[in-house]
Design a protein. Structure first.
Length: 84
């Protein structure tokens, strides 16, 4: 079973690779139409997360965003502790 690790969390993504790729594309397309009632913009990052299991370029982008987010959070926590 494939799994995606984002930060300290690990999420299992079941199914064969073709199903995961199709699901990821559907989620991204639904996220682009997030302004419509049932769909939402939350579908975009979830679609990228599902695609990153099987597609190396998407995995590379996800890792870069994860590193950027971690550094940003670290900077914010350093600023907050130094402001006292």
């Amino acid at each position: 079973m494939a799994a995606v690790r984002f930060g300290s969390r690990k999420v299992h993504v079941p199914g064969p690779p073709l199903v995961r790729i199709v699901l990821g594309i559907i989620l991204i397309c639904g996220g682009i139409l997030g302004f419509l009632p049932i769909l939402g913009f939350w579908m975009l990052p979830l679609g990228v997360l599902v695609l990153s299991v099987d597609l190396h370029p998407v995995r590379r982008i996800r890792r870069r965003v994860e590193v950027w987010w971690g550094r940003r959070q670290q900077t914010k926590s350093d600023d907050a502790s130094g402001a006292v």
